[in-house]
Ligand binder design. Structure first.
Ligand code: UD1
Length: 343
């Protein structure tokens, strides 16, 4: 089968996608600079699938590294691009880092696709492009709102770059996937999310609190215009999310795309509040999460959830995991990290 290049393939969503690709029979080569992951992830992937993916340690912002990769691994027909910086707060402090990493990586890949006969690229975008939506759930046609962080801006600009390059006649296709909030871990607990330092995102902070690394989870605001006053998101299981990438690659490689650029929302379609999520975690795992209500976090969106109909009907993808199972998987992963003495 055609070889797939997965940039950022040892990261959180990347590693889960490599597992699904290998299980679907695709040979994979990963490039990752290990800036926010480590080599042990390759062992986890191998334990789950029985296959160790090819791995290049390198930075996609360096086009010569990518040129060499294409020469060393011939027959790459698809690219899934996860190599990007992703912390909203950090992007406010280090905008150049974000624009350089996220945009140069994408442009280098797009530049090398035609000469290497690559047929398609899957791009990781985000529901952040919808900002604070006027209406929920959001469809792919909902208006794009001005980005509130350099991180969010890199996602919007990246979508525009892909569109411009393809409209200019590039001989390849793209599928842009707008993720809602990816959470959970592989059910084997062999791979999962491994944030550096103090987690900024809800689930890693919650599981670290549940296991006693953090004293208390702060719930950012209970005075929003939502039923219980806390913010609402669409929490999507990371394995469900990973499977969408396999479908996206397949449709481009098999010439099934309906247009040269397709955009899909990847969410469950259910909005869940922060307080509901904590309750679900506690009920599913039987473990208590000490928490307190604090003030709102600057920049937070009040409520956003997906209308995933287009992905359901056209991509043939649907989120199937329950939130309870997803919370149990996140907890099992946190416990595995403890067993291994990592956290
Ligand atoms: C943000 C970005 C999203 C990005 C994602 C991953 C925006 C609008 N969203 O999502 O694009 O892909 O990060 O980096 O830029 N919360 C707490 N306590 C905590 C942590 C979070 O109450 O300690 C709440 C937040 O207020 C929010 C929810 O939990 O309501 C989810 O937060 P988080 O996991 O950080 O993701 P987002 O901010 O939704």
């Amino acid at each position: 089968m055609d070889r797939i290049l997965v940039t950022g393939g040892t990261g959180y969503i990347g590693s889960h996608t490599v597992v699904e690709l290998q299980q679907a029979g695709y040979p994979v080569v990963i490039i990752d600079n290990l800036s926010n992951s480590n080599r042990d992830v390759l062992d986890g992937i191998e334990r789950i699938t029985g296959i160790r993916p090819d791995f290049v340690e390198g930075d996609c912002t360096d086009i010569e590294t990518l040129r060499k990769l294409f020469a060393d691994y011939p027959g790459i027909k698809g690219i899934i691009n996860f190599a990007a910086s992703k912390a909203v707060g950090e992007s406010m402090q280090k905008p150049i880092l974000y624009y350089r990493n996220n945009l140069n990586t994408l442009m280098n890949l797009l530049d090398l696709m035609a000469p290497n006969d690559v047929k398609g690229i899957v791009f990781s975008s985000s529901c952040t492009v919808y900002g604070e939506p006027d209406e929920n759930p959001v469809t792919e046609q909902s208006p794009i709102k001005k980005a509130t962080s350099p991180y969010g801006n890199t996602k919007q600009i990246s979508e525009e770059i892909i569109t411009d390059v393809i409209n200019a006649g590039a001989p390849f296709k793209s599928v842009i996937l707008r993720y809602f909030n990816p959470v959970g871990a592989h059910p084997s607990a062999e791979i999962g999310e491994l944030p550096n330092g103090v987690p900024q995102n809800l689930i890693p902070y919650l599981t670290q609190t549940a296991i006693g690394i953090r004293k208390e989870l702060s719930v950012f605001g209970d005075d929003y215009d939502t039923p219980d006053g806390s913010c609402i998101r669409d929490y999507i299981n990371v394995v469900d999310l990973a499977k969408a990438h396999v479908l996206a690659v397949k449709r481009m490689l098999e010439d099934k795309s309906e247009a040269k650029i397709e955009i899909f929302n990847l969410g469950t379609g259910n909005g869940v509040s922060v307080l509901e999520l904590i309750d679900t975690f506690e009920e599913a795992t039987g473990v208590k999460v000490p928490h307190k209500i604090v003030g709102r976090r600057a920049g937070d969106i009040e409520k956003v959830w997906a209308n995933p109909t287009y992905a359901n009907e056209v991509l043939g993808w649907k989120a199937t995991s329950t939130l309870e199972d997803t919370m149990c998987s996140a907890w099992a992963w946190q416990c595995r990290l403890r067993e291994r003495g990592i956290m």
